[in-house]
Design a protein. Structure first.
Ligand code: PLP
Ligand code: PLP
Lengths: 392, 123, 392, 123
């Protein structure tokens, strides 16, 4: 059976060049970067290289602005808690209703346990935040605005530059969770004007278990993990060198492959979206048609349930997801689609297909054929008919 | 996640659809997940002669509907009323824990169909 | 030149069997364990295997008591903050003066920013905590006692069972940082009677960047990183699968090799200690002569300075450390030796040599010869003479 | 961490020891690190004829002592007094930043030795 992996937004296969680097730092260059001897010094120098590679990918001003963490989630936590608890006393956060749970649940914790006030900005039908709403929400005690670069479920790209410009004007710090944007979009922290940015290795063909936070020089931020003072005191703990070096390599590869990579993905994505919308009646695209991640297609099919769709696709060798990969096993409709005003039923019939380095045109065509057949089969015994509940 | 019996009933569900000349019809929905299960029955001599189901729901829901129709065909009304959702799950060789509470509506839909049939008889 | 790595307490070389596993989970089994499709389910099952492997190494009651983190440091932070901030309102912590900075600096943060009170228990000349002092320190608002299993600098093993029994009797939770003990000592969380235990992969021939916290079932603990709810809500963030699977394998190997491994290290260690104390006048052992980690030798040489010693050893191909590997570059005398009452000068002339899987008897003999020569050379132009300041 | 010049002076320090018949002797300690540097000098015709050092300190401290002795030999007292710790560090091709403030005591010890010599002359 053909196996087609279309869940690259959940995680990617590690690139061979990256695997090689990870292995080298387990087997040969295994010193602790804090050690003074040669085993340690070699690794300390390498760590700086990885920092440089990540800095270049997002055009940070210097490698010292990159801090490695144990995941994108940890970087998000560090950005938000690190600013809000930095002693300046500002306790208001502005974010959006469509952020990743790493942001939303961190904000909820701050509301419940640290006396913070959080504004969750609404989005339009495409999942987009209105920059004017950011301006309106900024108050005297606003510590931080955190708006994601691009959404992990529907792929919509946010107007980050406009929002960052407003923050700059108002003197408020701006963080962006760019876990999904990095590697697909030409991100430039200086031109974009953001103060902090989160990225994660396993979304760009690096290993799981390492992320990074960009923190513009001069931004005052507190650690959430204390100890030996690694990462210039911002994230203690022996550095996860193999994974970090892998992230560095993955960042370098990502930089070299842009923008060709984005263009190729966009072509394949549009072939997939057009193919599906043409072939399957009562299907519709979620998210913005153009301002979307090159790798992301998110489509709702009336009258069928997402989990059943995924299961049938899986039995046909196609790996996809509905909403974000979520560890709770809950089947509540995605908070992103709900915030966009998509009906509960349409939300439940949504499938996210995310392309990657290894996706071929044949994979796309196989997916269109398979998905069309699967939807037809499931609709045949759906009590809602093919048009869905609202048409009954 | 699912065992082979479930996958079989999901892939090749038995008795899907809606009986055109049904004697009873039942439709239930799960409030937690929004799943819908619909069962139609044909009854003769107090026995369920034919049964069909339709489902909007996850793989477990589809397999449950399919398994139920196999379990119930030929049973008397009294026997059919004794079938529970747990029995359907058991006949499927078990369902994953998070699926138990929300996708296992087949027996309930059957009972609704029988109630509908009985109401028509009495009405 | 011969290269001898005697800094295994700082970090270890990843075992080949472990490297193999890490590679497999980057290249072949690359799914996200939260995904419902086959790519994800395979990895979800594997994750459970790794949990089981770690559980077996420390004899946890079930795999569900193991939570993976991004480092030993993070596990220490989670244990302490997670208990103190769990909503029960107890704000007193008891720990010792010789803990790792992951514990000490976390406690300091809680003192400074969360209104906690911390008792730092003293140690005797061997670096050992007196269980009676724990009993005396326990108060009505004591939330947690955290005493390390064995010290990373001087190797002294603490009387964990006695301390745990007192905690149990008094109804106080007990955590132990066993980062150095795990893999060398036959640790059994049930027999030892501890409620939480920290371990770290890179000290047992696993990769850097992954640790684990054992939490006895029923212990109520709060997360410090919020998000997608991974690790049953206790540590959000996509699991660092390659490193975690590596930790699982490393734990399995460690279990299989005990106790022969400990015995072999002990023999080599004693050959090293005896050899050095015999060959080098005015040298002395730091830490307990018998209740010490099989891999640890920590020796002070009068009149010479540790960094110069390390540098000279390094130039002879021998990697060692003085005090704990520390990222700050500071040369303040070790807080551990200071707490043990070792004079500043003796503390500064201390060298930690920590053995590992690859250490041979020839390595030990080469090290004795080299170190004896190096000390002699440096003493020749020390203004303190070979006997050291207190003898002048 | 250290450059080749430092490593050379660390590995083969020049002029180590203590002059038995010294005309001046200086000893300084770094309060931050507890390093100790001792310099003894022999003076004739207002020139430093011979010099030796002893150090309790890190690699940088040892290299600094060694380099200083090379720099100072044959210099007049006036010239010797112009040598600073920074000049020693520079002659070594630079020292790592964290080492600069604590291990670079050689010039200070020399100046103490000269003071001692001058005091003896005047006394
Ligand atoms: C006793 C002790 N605790 C905690 C740690 C920290 O673990 P990690 O290096 O994984 O952050 C170490 C090692 O550095 C240690 O020796
Ligand atoms: C937008 C976004 N933010 C944060 C994360 C979390 O990153 P990680 O998986 O490294 O914890 C993800 C991916 O899961 C994501 O898609």
């Amino acid at each position: 059976m053909r196996r087609v992996y279309l869940d690259n937004a959940a995680t990617t296969r590690v690139a061979p060049e990256v695997v090689e680097v990870v292995v080298a730092y387990m087997q040969d260059k295994y010193g602790n970067p804090s050690s003074v001897h040669e085993f340690g010094r070699t690794v300390r120098r390498s760590l700086q290289t990885a920092r440089q590679q990540v800095a270049e990918l997002i055009n940070a001003n210097c490698p010292g602005e990159i801090y490695f963490t144990g995941s994108g989630t940890e970087a998000d936590n560090l950005a938000i808690k690190g600013i809000v608890l930095n002693g300046e006393g500002k306790r208001h956060i502005i974010t959006s209703a469509v952020e990743h749970h790493a942001i939303l649940h961190t904000c909820e914790d701050l509301e419940e346990n640290h006396g913070c006030r959080v504004t969750y900005l609404p989005v339009n039908g495409y999942g987009m935040v209105d920059p004017a709403s950011v301006r309106e929400a900024i108050a005297d005690d606003t510590a931080l605005v955190s708006i994601m670069y691009a959404n992990n479920e529907v792929g919509t790209i946010q107007p980050i530059r406009e929002i960052a410009a407003i923050c700059r004007e108002k003197g408020v710090l701006m963080h962006t969770d760019a876990v999904q944007g990095v590697g697909q979009l030409p991100i430039d922290v200086q031109a974009d004007g953001v103060d902090m940015l989160t990225l994660s290795a396993h979304k760009i063909y690096g290993p799981k278990g390492v992320g990074a936070l960009y923190v513009r020089s001069g931004v005052k931020i507190r650690p959430i993990i204390h100890g030996g003072g690694q990462e210039r005191g911002l994230r203690s703990g022996t550095e996860g060198i193999p994974a970090i070096m892998g992230l560095g390599k993955a960042a370098e590869l990502a930089r070299l492959r842009l923008p060709e990579y984005g263009e190729r993905l966009t072509r394949l994505r549009d072939r997939l979206i057009t193919g599906l919308l043409e072939r399957v009646p009562y299907s519709c695209l979620n998210g913005h048609p153009v301002k979307r991640l090159p790798a992301n297609a998110n489509i709702s099919f009336s009258s069928v349930e997402g989990e059943a769709l995924l299961l049938d696709l899986d039995l046909h060798g196609i790996a996809a997801s509905s909403g974000s990969a979520c560890s709770s096993g809950s089947e509540a409709p995605s908070h992103v689609l709900t915030a966009m005003g998509v009906s509960v039923e349409e939300a439940r019939g949504s499938v996210r297909l995310t392309l990657g380095l290894e996706t071929s045109a044949e994979d796309i065509d196989y997916t269109i054929d398979t998905l069309a057949a699967v939807v037809e089969r499931l609709r045949a015994f759906s009590p809602l008919g093919e048009k869905g509940a609202q048409h009954v | 996640m699912y065992n082979d019996i479930v996958i079989d009933h999901f892939t090749n569900p038995r008795n899907t659809g809606e009986l055109a000349d049904a004697d009873g019809s039942g439709k239930v929905g799960s409030p937690t997940c929004g799943d819908i299960m619909m069962v139609t029955i044909k009854v003769a001599d107090n026995r369920i002669q034919d049964v069909k189901f339709k489902t909007f729901g996850c793989g477990a829901a589809i397999a449950s509907g399919s398994m139920l129709t196999e379990m119930v065909k030929g049973k008397t009304i009294t026997e059919a009323l004794q079938i529970t959702d747990a029995m359907v799950a058991e006949a499927l060789g078990g369902l994953p824990e998070p699926k138990l509470h929300c996708s296992n509506l087949a027996a309930s839909a059957l009972h609704e169909a029988i109630k509908d049939y009985q109401a028509k008889q009495n009405g």
